[in-house]
Ligand binder design. Structure first.
Ligand code: SF4
Ligand code: SF4
Ligand code: SF4
Length: 295
């Protein structure tokens, strides 16, 4: 099969563009947007009433309630409260999407079904999803769940009740609207707000009662400030976060690490592409020279 020069160069340009484009597109998630919103969960205030679980299910039209509380996130559960109990240590712990500053799910989703959108809220688009489930593998918190038991399975995860708090017509937050869990919590153990306000609130709680909160080496810690590159859902607790189920991730996000690996692969890919390009040109010249000789 013969290949003309134009086809060859066009092919090389497409290969080169394909190698670089996804890496550049995902760089934009390196910092929380200025208008970012999120949640602050303070485990020391939580009484385990599970009102947030019922409210979450109601807000998202999902079956179940707090009288039969789910044990884990699933295809019909976006929010759970677990009880941690060992010797004389007990604590409740809330789990839902962390709305990462630099989300692994968005980085992994090749066709943009996962998106970090206005206010830094991470949403999922059923019309784009092809069901590859790379998002599940890429999430360091094991959050996205797949509906195995339906004919048209969906990926299920907390979207910060975007459909309640965000007006798609104006593109702004609805005045006074709250995510279901924050609306229902009788103890303000989980609150919604501007990301920067939540950070200040958490710092103030620590300043008021430093003995109440856990942190490495006795220094109280806000989980999510930097962990895994930062999360827009922040946590305070009086026990080691790892015991409560949050992973130790370091300050660098898994999405950033994945990008660096991708950069390495693409950088390595450029050399073979250039080599094939040179070889292709040599073949094209040789074949042209051969044709001239024949003619
Ligand atoms: S923000 Fe909405 S979807 Fe997320 S845990 Fe709270 S109630 Fe559930
Ligand atoms: S917690 Fe997981 S699903 Fe949620 S934004 Fe982060 S990576 Fe995505
Ligand atoms: S509603 Fe509030 S107090 Fe009750 S379980 Fe949920 S976070 Fe804890």
């Amino acid at each position: 099969m013969s290949m003309d020069r134009r086809t060859l160069l066009k092919g090389l340009a497409v290969a080169g563009a394909g190698a670089v484009a996804p890496v550049e597109a995902s760089e934009k998630y390196a910092e929380a947007p200025d208008d970012a919103v999120g949640m602050l969960y303070d485990a020391t205030k939580c009484i385990g009433c599970q009102a947030c679980v019922t409210a979450c299910k109601t807000a998202n039209n999902m079956p179940g309630n707090r009288y039969n509380p789910p044990e884990d996130l699933s295809g019909d559960t976006k929010n759970i409260i677990r009880l941690y109990e060992e010797a004389d240590e007990t604590s409740y712990m809330k789990s839902q999407c962390m709305h990462c500053v630099d989300p692994g799910c968005c980085n992994a989703c090749m066709i943009g079904a996962f998106k970090k959108r206005e206010y830094g809220i991470v949403t999922w688009d059923p019309d784009r999803c092809i069901g590859c489930r790379y998002c599940q593998v890429a999430c360091p918190y094991n959050i996205p769940k797949f509906q195995w038991n339906t004919g048209v399975p969906l990926i299920v995860k907390c979207e910060l009740c975007n459909h309640i708090i965000h007006d798609p017509d104006t593109g702004t937050l609805r005045e006074g609207a709250l995510p279901g869990c924050c609306q229902a919590c009788p103890k303000e153990a989980v609150i919604f707000g501007k990301y920067t306000d939540l950070i200040e609130d958490a710092k103030q709680r620590i300043a008021d009662r430093p003995e109440r909160y856990w942190g490495p080496d006795g220094e109280p810690k806000i989980f999510g400030l930097t962990d895994g590159g930062g999360t827009q859902v922040l946590y305070l607790a009086d026990l080691n976060f790892e015991k409560l189920g949050l992973p130790t991730l370091g300050d660098e996000g898994t999405a950033k690490q994945a990008r660096e690996i991708q950069h390495g692969i693409y950088r390595g890919f450029i050399a073979p592409v250039a080599l094939y390009g040179v070889l292709g040109l040599v073949m094209w010249r040789n074949s042209r020279a051969a044709k001239k000789e024949e003619g």
